[in-house]
Design a protein. Structure first.
Length: 246
């Protein structure tokens, strides 16, 4: 099946579905200028004093907060990033009543910024920050002007980003909501993810339908189980199909 035929098939699947769930990863936001993790230019291939996988672990955060926040502010915060064609297409599908949920591994908040309402953020969000001592909430703008290691203005406690670090557990309510949405979906679109990060990648196993679509620039280990595989930029694919349907 050539690329045009694949897009036609995707269009047909969307047209015949009314309970679509999207499961996405870092590749969804690369078109917004946010680097992914495992590509040639991704975060895991950057040179730092410590490996990035180590820096964004809970134990490293506790032991070396200055080094953690130096990396975090330098490489994980993109306050000027804007939603791209993929985010906007998914928000439009939700407005049409077809897309019921977005399950994302991303922490940038761009799905909500594009207009999506029902978003399950498996790994949290950089837009939310909390004092570890008194639990006071701080926005990304609040901590932007603080010292390298942000401190609570009320009690002096350290402010932690509401992101799930390595060695930390996912939020149980988010897990249950995401699994419920995926298990009820009549179509599951997976995009911009290599499907190697667990437990998140295992969530797609809860899908029981026959319209499993995988859109990613590179091949993944799950291509063989998909009903439709498209190796292309997800923003280009979704925007073309959704524009055609709207």
């Amino acid at each position: 099946m050539d690329d045009l035929a694949k897009r036609e098939e995707l269009s047909r699947m969307i047209r015949e579905s009314d309970n679509i769930v999207f499961f996405g990863g870092a590749g969804v936001s690369t078109e917004s200028g946010i680097p992914d993790f495992r590509s040639q230019d991704g975060l895991y291939n950057q040179k730092y004093k410590y490996p990035p996988e180590t820096i964004i672990s809970h134990s490293f955060y506790v032991r070396y907060p200055e080094e953690f926040f130096r990396f975090y502010r330098d490489r994980m915060l993109y306050p000027d990033a804007q939603p791209n064609a993929a985010h906007l297409a998914l928000a439009e599908l939700e407005r049409q009543g077809k897309l019921k949920a977005v399950v994302t591994q991303n922490i940038d908040g761009l799905h909500q910024k594009a207009g999506s309402k029902n978003v399950f953020e498996l790994h949290g969000s950089v837009l939310r920050n909390y004092c570890e001592r008194c639990h006071k909430f701080y926005s990304l703008e609040d901590i932007a002007g603080m010292d390298l290691v942000p401190r609570c203005t009320a009690c002096g406690g350290r402010i932690k980003p509401d992101v799930v670090l390595y060695e930390e557990s996912l939020n149980q309510d988010v897990i249950e909501g995401a699994v419920r949405a995926i298990s009820r979906a009549d179509m599951l679109i997976i995009g911009g993810t290599s499907l190697v990060v667990y437990p998140a990648a295992g969530f797609i196993d809860y899908y029981r339908g026959h319209k499993l679509v995988l859109i990613n620039k590179d091949a993944t280990g799950r291509d063989g189980i998909a009903d439709l595989v498209i190796h292309d930029k997800i923003g280009e694919v979704l925007s073309a199909v959704v524009k055609k349907e709207s």
